[in-house]
Design a protein around this ligand. Structure first.
Ligand SMILES: [Zn+2]
Length: 359
């Protein structure tokens, strides 16, 4: 399997994507970001459209919703452009690749956007009262401790473990990762308004998908579940046409957090809820394709260090390097077998999506 589609930095990934899209004859779109990357490089979300402009069926593949996870998501997008299948789409069918929807997080190797927002908790209706997460408020100072020396981290973990003993494992997972709208420096923060990445997503959907009738969306993620396994997670309402469509297209491996069948659990402000609203005119099915990496508590520790760095440290200094590299290796394990599993499964899920929307 040719793994040269993968990259280890944002500029390398962007370059490969733009080259492969140009060579395939795709229509490119550029959505420049106002800030710069760690090497002073320009940041941009880029799109590639393949197929007729007025296609009735469209497969959308998104990378870097969680910035650093873009290293895993970008590779299969580049591979798709390089492989001959992308030149042989069914009639009336198109593919829209959205590369680096959160380019700041991708370039700086963070999960969050430049606003410290988890884009995948940002799609709430900000004109309404925001969801409450009292468990998070209770644990915030331990999830994001002021100091990250061994003693402080051990004390924070002890406090989190005490919460688990008192309230149960599930309650602690809900507190940690369901999303919170009260602590702007914390983890899994949903924001106080639509982020640049959300507004850019909305503009891309309006430009490209206003007329499509059937739309499959695959949002590439890493970090949950067994090492290398790609789980299509579906958060549409259980029993709805959208869930049935997802199962028709992607089969029995589709899981539903709302039914407890997934490595994920119920969450606030997910991207699919925004897509449901923006694409209400179409028959859609949205899955997060989630590739497992390592088991807890490793993920909590790398996020703890990352938030300490951006809240109290110097993200451009020498201390940033090991923290950034640990985050990268957690969400993008540097092993060929892991990349092969990601690539093989992605090819399968993309092909199923194309078949689904191509009728
Ligand atoms: Zn993710």
């Amino acid at each position: 399997m040719d793994l040269s589609c993968f990259s280890t930095t944002y500029p390398e990934a962007r370059d490969k994507f733009l080259h492969a899209a140009t060579a395939r004859g795709a229509t490119l779109g550029h959505w420049p970001h106002p800030l710069k990357g760690p090497g002073g490089e320009a940041l941009s979300c880029d799109t590639a459209w393949l197929g007729p402009e007025d296609a009735a069926g469209v497969l959308v593949v998104i990378s870097a919703t969680h910035g650093v996870e873009g290293l895993a998501g970008s590779g299969p997008q580049v591979d798709f452009l390089r492989e001959p299948t992308s030149a042989q789409l069914p009639p009336h069918t198109a593919v829209l690749l959205v590369h680096a929807i959160n380019p700041h997080g991708f370039a700086w190797l963070r999960r969050v956007t430049e606003e410290n927002v988890d884009l995948n908790r940002n799609w709430v209706d900000f004109t309404q009262p925001l969801p409450a997460n009292p468990g998070y408020a209770q644990l915030h100072e331990h999830y994001v401790p002021r100091h990250i020396d061994a003693q402080s981290v051990a004390a924070a973990e002890a406090a989190i473990e005490a919460y688990r003993q008192q309230h149960g494992l599930h309650a602690e997972r809900v507190a940690r990762s369901t999303g919170q709208y009260t602590h702007p420096t914390g983890i899994f923060y949903g924001g106080s308004g639509p982020t640049w990445a959300r507004r850019t997503s909305e503009a891309i959907l309006a430009r490209h998908l206003a007329k499509a009738k059937t739309i499959a969306i695959v949002d590439m993620h890493t970090g949950l579940g067994p090492f290398g396994y790609g789980e299509p997670i579906c958060n549409h309402a259980p029993g709805s046409d959208r869930v049935n469509r997802a199962k028709l297209w992607w089969g029995e491996s589709v899981t539903e957090p709302l039914l407890g069948t997934s490595s994920s659990q119920e969450k606030f402000g997910l991207t699919e809820f925004g897509y449901e609203r923006c694409l209400a005119h179409a028959d859609i099915a949205f899955v997060a394709l989630e590739f497992g990496t390592y088991q807890p508590p490793r993920g909590g520790r790398v996020l703890q260090a990352d938030h300490w760095l951006w809240n109290h440290g110097d993200p451009t200094g020498a201390e940033a390097v090991p923290i950034r590299n640990a985050l990268r290796d957690h969400f993008y394990p540097p092993f060929a077998d892991w990349q092969e599993m990601v690539l093989w499964r992605s090819r399968q899920v993309f092909a199923q999506g194309v078949r689904g929307v191509g009728g």
